[in-house]
Design a protein around this ligand. Sequence first.
Ligand code: AMO
Length: 420
Amino acid sequence: MISRVMSAELAEHAGQRVTIAGWVHRRRRLKSVSFLIVRDRTGLAQVVSGGDLPPEESVVEVTGTVTASTAAPGGFELVAPEIEVLSEPCGAPPFDLYRPALTASLPTILDHAPVALRHPLLRAPLEISAASVAGFRETLDGLGFTEIHTPKIVASATESGANVFGIDYFGRRAYLAQSPQFYKQAMVGVFERVYEVGPVFRAEPHDTVRHLAQYTSLDAELGFVRDHRDVMAVLREVVAGMLESLRARAGSALDVLGVVPPSVPAEIPAVHFADAQRLTGSDEPDLSPAHERLLSEWAVREHGSEFLFVTGYPMAKRPFYTHPDPARPGYSNGFDLLFRGLELVTGGQRLHRYDDYVAALAQRGESTEAYEGYLQAFRYGMPPHGGFALGLERWTARLTGAANIRQTTAFPRDLHRLSP
Ligand code: AMO
């Protein structure tokens, strides 16, 4: 390993000769002196040099003496440098990575993602995602959950409404998992409380700013709940933990984007689906994006909350594993969490008795055979349970104000994009 000091640590080494390493972010040539700005994972460092400077995006190792300078980022610079070039670029990057504002269009950025993502504005959402996932894990670990890893090549679809990618699996028909739904439920029988962070796949035929063909699903499932409200209480803790982790771990990314994370109320307001219909003046069995926006505005106005639970979705609109509301026929113990006008989370209480699954599948005209593997768990005793899934890219998009979900993931997959 190259023994190096990070750019953010220069102040601790004033007067010493140290080595930094990183990318040439920018070169500035004045009459008698030149400056090299080196970018590493902690920020920028200025190097004062008399000689020739390697071009932008060269990877360099620079040894120099740390000297105070009011004009340098962080107040210190390296003087009397020895510069070693570790790798030279083949040409100039497709656009300036050092200009604070981004001028390139989204397709240009995405076409050049491996280099474009080095821009601080494009890197920041990814740092925010990473810190959010750390908070998700930390919160659930603290609540006694176990992290699991489930197959992404599966034998059946789980989310009836969502489109599934079929693949050839050694000559058999298989699918890319739309959700770890069945496996996380089965694992409640093993660990009681489980979570997974992983990719899921949806063959989304529409070109929208909120759908990807592959996204990161933050899933949790827990046993021994009374009903969906216990799941909602855990989700509230998870959201608070993710926001806390952002403040602790991604401060500079939040600053770069000028983002102030919202606060989450001690109890997130909830509205029943039937009341949501009254509020939106709609009798549709589902909420449209426009209705979700309207309800979010209502929650801010009435409850001062940017988060809103919608509970009691109609059974007909939820997958077969959904637990009905025993008190309101036709409605379910399923919920969504809206955040800033967008569905961020889907969750609910599930059926937990084998006979109820057989009946639910029969009612939807499906045979139990296709689900034998899944139904095993319920043959051998499962507690009342429920869970949820949060779409990571939607979370980051809503937090950062990104207009398009493609700005929140490094290499988005959609109808048109399969590379880079
Ligand atoms: P659902 O299908 O509603 O529920 O998905 C859960 C959450 O995933 C996000 N999401 C998406 N994000 C980006 N691109 C997409 N194409 C996309 N589709 C969904 C949303 C959504 O709220 N098994 C259930 C969850 C559960 O009940 O535990 C499920 O997958 O943020």
